[in-house]
Design a binder for this molecule. Structure first.
Ligand SMILES: C[S@@+](CC[C@H](N)C(=O)[O-])C[C@H]1O[C@@H](n2cnc3c(N)ncnc32)[C@H](O)[C@@H]1O
Length: 499
């Protein structure tokens, strides 16, 4: 039987909070307790190293890890010692645990989570590590890799109203608390919303919780920021793969993400930002930029889409057949694997892209910018400040003509370095590259002209004056040099290599 989500009892939650904090059941406390090896293994859903550490630690923090993160039965006296204010009875009353002989077992996962110096706790359904079974179709996800990716990438300006669409246990909404006056959360799953309500109450947050599909619960409303880790997993509709609510919006192909791209603009204030994760299919003979570019057509939104990963249909099927808790080689796994291959074949899909979509409603009546880029390498974390600065830079560039670009005395950012690639013994470099240390960690290949410009890009000369000097020095046409410099600046300024 699926246990019910925990209950909100305002009289008991302060006691739970106090006990969790006293036991140092916080991100810092648990990381210190487990050490790097067991922490990293647990992040990969491998419990054994954490079980070994906590079995001998003898602390109340270790008891809470065993109970709520590893799903182990724990002696009732140990649980009583770890929850002295709440008591075992209080934990039972909240629906967090139940007795099992002389032991107590957790009915949900409860983990510490932290950002920007704030400690939270997040309850969700027990995962595969704890239950040692495939996930149920109504499983409510805790904090996973996709949740932290989105949280890292989210730009965080102060906004009046923010929306977390498909909130699950409310991870994104916890982050929104710090910079939005009002936070609205939605989900199709009543079970997820019950977890979200519990977590909001436990963490002292006040969210407007709404039930319904995708944008339906916010019809006619606008926000300064919309974030979503939506149910974007492309799933065959043949019935061979269970409909896991936590990842599958029930549509065919990549329609969930397409519809969000097309529909979210109606819910953005002027200047408002929407950001979400997504998968997109790349049909044979096409490119991901064509596909996502088609979705964007006519939305009236600025778009900056970063493709982070590409899988072929088999890799995609393996990832998601395993994700539900099924193991390679079993009949269930193979059945799902085949169904995914059939589904992609039916639409002639050659590859599946994954990335971060950031959309922005312009404040003025101007042409939108559309920037679709591949960034498969590791980037800075958090990425939110880079995304916010990148949106500002792209907006400025969209609102200013080339003359305005040339009238500024630009400066290379402090994290930018020039690399010269030279064949051993040769005098002249074969390539000169400007490489960014932080942010997206992008690089630009320089020509003789743009290398000369970069070398004087220190805030002293306007780009116009520097171009004229370079044209004179290299005996080139002034207008052509200006053109090359402007093209370089537009590429460098948008990602913050030059400011
Ligand atoms: C991948 S989880 C994201 C959970 C959480 N926001 C995070 O970042 O970890 C996707 C969420 O979307 C919800 N969902 C599924 N179908 C939906 C739909 N049609 N409309 C709204 N939410 C939906 C699921 O219940 C689940 O909570």
């Amino acid at each position: 039987m699926t246990p019910n989500p925990p209950r909100v009892d305002p009289a008991l939650l302060p006691a739970l909070r106090a006990d969790l904090a006293t036991s140092r059941y916080t991100v810092a406390g648990v990381t210190e307790l487990l050490g790097p090896l067991a922490t990293a293994a647990l992040d990969r859903d491998q419990a054994l190293p954490a079980q070994r550490v906590t079995a001998s630690a003898g602390t109340t923090g270790a008891t809470l890890v065993r109970l709520f993160a590893l799903g182990d039965p724990v002696d009732v006296a140990d649980v009583a010692a770890a929850l002295p204010t709440l008591g075992v009875e209080g934990a039972v009353a909240l629906g967090l645990v139940e007795p099992e002989g002389d032991a107590v077992v957790a009915l949900c996962d409860l983990r510490p989570y932290a950002a920007d110096g704030v400690d939270w706790w997040v309850a969700s359904d027990l995962g595969e590590v704890a239950t040692r079974r495939p996930l149920r179709e109504n499983h409510v996800l805790g904090i996973g890799g996709a949740s932290t990716t989105l949280a890292s990438w989210t730009p965080r300006p102060h906004v009046d109203r923010a929306l977390d669409l498909g909130t699950g246990s409310g991870v994104q909404a916890l982050h929104l608390e710090g910079h939005a006056d009002q936070v609205v959360v939605t989900d199709l799953s009543e079970r997820a919303l019950a977890f979200a309500r519990f977590n909001a109450a436990l963490d002292g947050a006040d969210w407007d919780v709404r039930s319904g599909s995708m944008l339906d619960p916010v019809a006619g409303e606008r926000f300064g920021l919309v974030v979503s880790n939506p149910p974007f997993v492309i799933t065959p509709r043949s019935g061979a793969v269970p409909l896991f609510e936590y990842r599958d919006g029930g549509a065919a192909g990549d329609a969930v993400v397409r519809d969000l791209v097309r529909g979210v603009g109606r819910h953005l204030e002027p200047g408002g930002i929407a950001q979400f994760l997504g998968n997109w299919e790349v049909p044979r003979g096409s490119t991901w930029t064509e596909r996502v570019g088609d979705w964007l057509e006519g939305t009236g939104l600025d778009a900056w889409v970063v493709q982070r990963e590409v899988q072929d249909p088999a890799q995609y099927a393996e990832t998601w057949a395993r994700d539900g808790g099924h193991h390679p080689g079993t009949a269930d796994f193979n059945g799902m694997y085949a169904a995914w291959l059939d589904d992609f074949e039916a639409r002639d899909v050659e590859a599946i892209g994954f990335g971060v979509v950031t959309l922005h409603r312009p404040r003025t009546d101007r042409a939108v910018f559309v920037d679709l880029v591949d960034v498969p390498w590791p980037v800075e974390s958090p990425m939110g400040p880079t995304v916010l600065a990148g949106l500002d830079a792209r907006t400025w560039l969209a609102e200013h003509d080339d003359d305005a670009v040339l009238d500024i005395a630009w400066r290379c950012a402090p994290d930018v370095h020039e690399e010269r690639h030279t064949v051993p013994g040769a005098l002249d470099p074969t390539a000169i590259v400007l490489r960014q240390g932080g942010g997206l960690r992008v690089h630009l290949t320089l020509s003789t002209v743009t290398a000369a410009f970069a070398s004087v890009c220190d805030g002293e000369l306007t780009a116009r004056a520097a171009s004229a000097a370079i044209a004179g020095l290299l005996d080139l046409d002034d207008g052509e040099v200006r053109g090359e410099v402007v093209a370089f600046l537009r590429a460098a300024v948008k990602d913050g290599l030059v400011r």
